[in-house]
Ligand binder design. Structure first.
Ligand code: COA
Ligand code: ZN
Length: 328
């Protein structure tokens, strides 16, 4: 093993393209294509797939077929099929649809919670407490995604203490199995990520912490690496780097799954993901969406996908050799 590949820590990748990726797409992706998409992702080795959102069909029309998508997918053992849930109505639908996990959603910022969910944070909390009770009663796992945990596009910085207090409520009072800290509009930066990750891991070592970054300002991969160094092992990412919250001004794509897997595997981490399989699906995304994706890896290929030398390479080499033999 090469000396710069010394790390073998298992990193779990959560694929969120079917939810975060598709939620703001203008053209509706047909239900059978969504099902085929999730089924293909199930074979790549990702640990979790966020299949859909059980939200108001008026708020997110592109995911209005969540029930049918959950009903149609083929479930692979070892993959957790999760779904986003903002309220009790969503929880009832998700439990009925046999989601393995309810991914409760609220924002650490009041302005974004009101814009996105039309509730104050306290109103969300009261509803989500009830959601957690319903889920536990049905034997379904609970995770919570805290949006704008690293900054709000309308308020600016969100205090780490605020994020930790909401985390505490969900871990200690709602008994969530996991918490996802979401950087909804790419405001997180590596030193901030390291500090919050470290604090969370120290305070709640038994809770599954996931980091959810958007690459809005090009800091996505740097944030992933900072979080790993600080103790994180679970990451949301979206195939092709698509995604973004339609109710967060300035939002753009998630960190790109294939770019994260490519980088982490080079560094010796074990993601369990078949990168070639992931890339094959990512190349089909423009056909499904009707537009290009931000994936650098689809554009540029993997690090060792080499290019042919120039056509006149042999002549160049010969001339160079003649020059050096002539001058010696
Ligand atoms: N699933 C399906 N329908 C739902 C629903 C759910 N989870 N929650 C509410 N609705 C329906 C209600 O039945 C009602 O329908 P009607 O007008 O036909 O009677 C309508 O939506 C309004 O319900 P209300 O409770 O007043 O919701 P609201 O308009 O205040 O919206 C949310 C609140 C949370 C439902 C909505 O803002 C939402 O779904 N937001 C999600 C946004 C999102 O997913 N953002 C991206 C991810 S971060
Ligand atoms: Zn997101």
């Amino acid at each position: 093993m090469k000396s710069w590949q010394g790390n073998h820590r298992r990193i779990r990748l959560h694929e969120v393209a079917p939810r975060d990726g598709l939620q703001s797409e203008l053209a509706f992706v047909a239900t059978d294509r969504k099902i085929a998409f999730v089924d293909a992702l199930s074979l790549t080795g990702v640990a979790k797939i966020e299949v859909a959102a059980f939200v108001s069909p008026r708020a997110i029309p592109s995911l209005r077929d969540a029930d049918a998508v959950l009903a149609g997918i083929e479930r692979r053992p070892g993959v957790v099929y999760t779904a986003l849930v903002p309220n009790v109505r969503g929880a009832e639908r998700a439990i009925e649809a046999r989601a393995d996990e309810l991914n409760l959603v609220m924002s650490a910022s009041e302005s974004h919670n009101l814009s996105n969910l039309r509730m104050t944070r306290e109103q969300s909390w009261q509803g989500l407490l009830e959601v957690a009770r319903l889920a536990h009663g049905a034997g379904v796992a609970v995770n919570v995604s805290l949006s704008c945990a690293f900054g709000c596009p309308m308020e600016g910085d969100v205090a780490a203490d605020t994020v930790l207090e909401w985390s505490r409520r969900f871990v200690e009072e709602a008994h969530a199995r996991g918490v996802t800290l979401c950087d909804t509009t790419g405001m997180a930066y590596p030193s901030q990520v390291a500090l919050l990750t470290q604090t969370f891991c120290t305070r709640w070592p038994a809770t599954e912490l996931t980091l959810h970054f958007h690459n809005t300002r090009g800091m996505g991969l740097a944030n992933v690496l900072a979080a790993i160094d600080a103790g994180a092992t679970r990451f949301d990412a979206s195939l092709g780097g698509i995604g973004g919250c339609p109710y967060a001004p300035g939002a753009s794509g998630n960190v790109c799954s294939e770019e994260i897997v490519h980088a982490l595997e080079l560094m010796g981490y074990d993601t369990g993901v078949d990168l070639d399989a992931l890339l094959a699906i990512s190349r089909q995304l423009p056909g499904m969406l009707g537009h290009d994706t931000p994936s650098q890896l689809v554009k540029s290929g993997q690090r060792l996908d080499l290019h042919p030398r120039p056509a006149d390479y042999d002549a160049i080499a010969r001339r160079a050799l003649e020059r050096s033999t002539g001058s010696s």
